[in-house]
Design a protein around this ligand. Structure first.
Ligand code: ADP
Ligand code: MG
Length: 295
């Protein structure tokens, strides 16, 4: 690479809100044919809101919000923020948990006012052998088929409620995915969220139903990238979360959302400063063009 051409490429990149780690990054853009997109915070805004609380028979909404909100208040996850904010809006101050642990990709667990509380995916409850009663399962299925993320709340060994949260697709995502396709890349949606939600987001942004990989645990995102590479794909990965960092590092080209976590930004080759997915396509096009001029 001649320094001048590189400078032009990166200068224009800065203008477009793209930071490139080093010149060697440009080369990887030539071959990429698959783009793996994290859902939450990358394709969607990641700003979730609490839409509904469905307590089990005999349980009060206030109780559910108090215990779940208190625990989620200690977590930074977008789902946690939705639950904690929703609870505080209704109840004001929440108690401080006596014990708290984050369970990556599953939820949170801890102790609030003497109760052992779980808030998260059904899988988190499974780990503690807590079952969702039929009544809550029906609520869950109905909400999921409407494209909502459903979180279960349990305390003292019993499921007590399900909560509906949702975030919106960024209004630039559909156009961005169209541009990535125009560059010859196949978009794949990768998420820890449930299948129904993932399918509904994919439909909204123009990703094929058979290119949706859902309910993937944080540590398994890396394996998805490896598997695609083993199948002969050259993979670009776009992500924002701590749980995307390993996959970003493994990808042939890692693109981090500048609005995301430091872990993702450190792991990526490129940073999309404004968190606009359209910049992913701009970056690849610009890098390819820069290579064109310096070859
Ligand atoms: P994504 O891959 O879409 O960025 P994550 O891997 O961070 O999502 O989380 C996967 C799923 O785990 C979430 O959709 C949510 O259902 C559940 N989850 C994770 N953290 C929490 C939490 N703090 N509270 C409730 N649910 C959570
Ligand atoms: Mg994310």
């Amino acid at each position: 690479a001649t320094p001048t051409a590189l400078l032009v490429g990166t200068g224009r990149g800065a203008q477009l809100g793209i930071l490139i780690k080093g010149p060697e990054v440009l080369e990887s853009t030539r071959k990429v044919d698959t783009v793996v997109l994290d859902k939450t915070g990358t394709v969607t805004t990641g700003r979730m809101t609490l839409l509904a609380v469905h307590p089990a028979h005999g349980i009060g909404e206030t109780e559910v919000l108090r215990l779940a909100g208190a625990l989620e208040h200690a977590s930074e996850h977008p789902v946690a923020r939705a639950v904690a904010d929703g609870a505080r809006e209704k109840l004001g101050e929440l108690p401080a948990p006596e014990d708290f642990a984050n369970v990556p990709g599953l939820g949170v667990q801890g102790v609030v006012e003497g109760h052992a509380v779980l808030v998260g995916r059904e899988r988190l409850l499974d780990e503690w052998a807590v079952e969702l009663p039929e009544e809550l399962r029906l609520k869950k299925e109905a909400a999921e088929s409407a494209g909502r993320t459903v979180i279960a709340v349990a305390w003292d060994g019993e499921a007590r409620a399900v909560l509906e949260v949702a975030d919106a697709v960024k209004d630039t995502s559909r156009e961005a995915i169209g541009r990535l396709r125009a560059l010859g890349l196949t978009p794949v949606l990768l998420t820890g969220d449930n299948r129904a939600v993932a399918a509904s987001v994919a439909r909204e942004v123009g990703i094929d139903a058979d290119q949706v990989i859902a309910e993937v645990l944080p540590e398994d995102k890396l394996d998805v990238v490896k598997r695609l590479q083993a199948q002969g794909c050259s993979v670009a990965m776009v992500g924002d979360g701590v749980n995307d960092a390993a996959a970003l590092a493994q990808a042939d080209l890692g693109l981090a959302m500048g609005t995301g976590t430091d872990a993702a930004i450190e792991a990526g080759d490129l940073t999309l400063v404004r968190g606009d997915l359209r910049a992913a396509a701009d970056a690849i096009r610009l890098a390819r063009r820069t290579l064109g001029t310096i070859r």
